[in-house]
Design a protein around this ligand. Sequence first.
Ligand SMILES: [Zn+2]
Length: 203
Amino acid sequence: MDSIDKLTEIFKEFPGIGERQARRFVYFLMFKNGEYASNLSRLVLELKKEVTQCKECFRFFLASKTKTNICDICSNPSIDTTMLMIIEKDSDLESVQKSRVYSGKYFILGGLVPIVEKTTKSRVRIEELKNKIKNNASLQEIILAFSISPQGDHTDQYVRSELKEIVDLKKIKISSLGKGLSTGTELEYSDNDTLRNALKNRQ
Ligand SMILES: [Zn+2]
């Protein structure tokens, strides 16, 4: 494999990028000067150095300023601790956070559960989620907010069944976003009104 192929393979791993686009990125980089390339590689390394994963919600955040491993959302004293929104990934959290329609806590599951898959537990943070719920005395409602797709629906059902025992025991309400979102909607691309409606119509 030459460096063109190696870089193409790396770009192909990016979300939503196929072989052809990956190759276009490589050719784009070939036309750029050395300064561009060294700046890019420096920023990638800096990102890895400055970023840490919140031990409460599992989102990635820039820890260089705060020097803690709890993010600014989780450490915000005015956050509504009675609500916990469970989402697939960081970019979904960012959309909901930007829309300002929700002021509770978050938990990033780390992925969706594919319909045909036996080893689910290795993929998503279901045990971490159960622990979080167990250790949270003020929690009253859990909102499942996955994309409206067969995989999102499947994940919704999976999380509900995994949490059933504990939410029944602790009398926690569990609801799903979705009525306000249309089929195929990715949470990260939803606008504020859509998110507001989806949250209002959760069930
Ligand atoms: Zn956090």
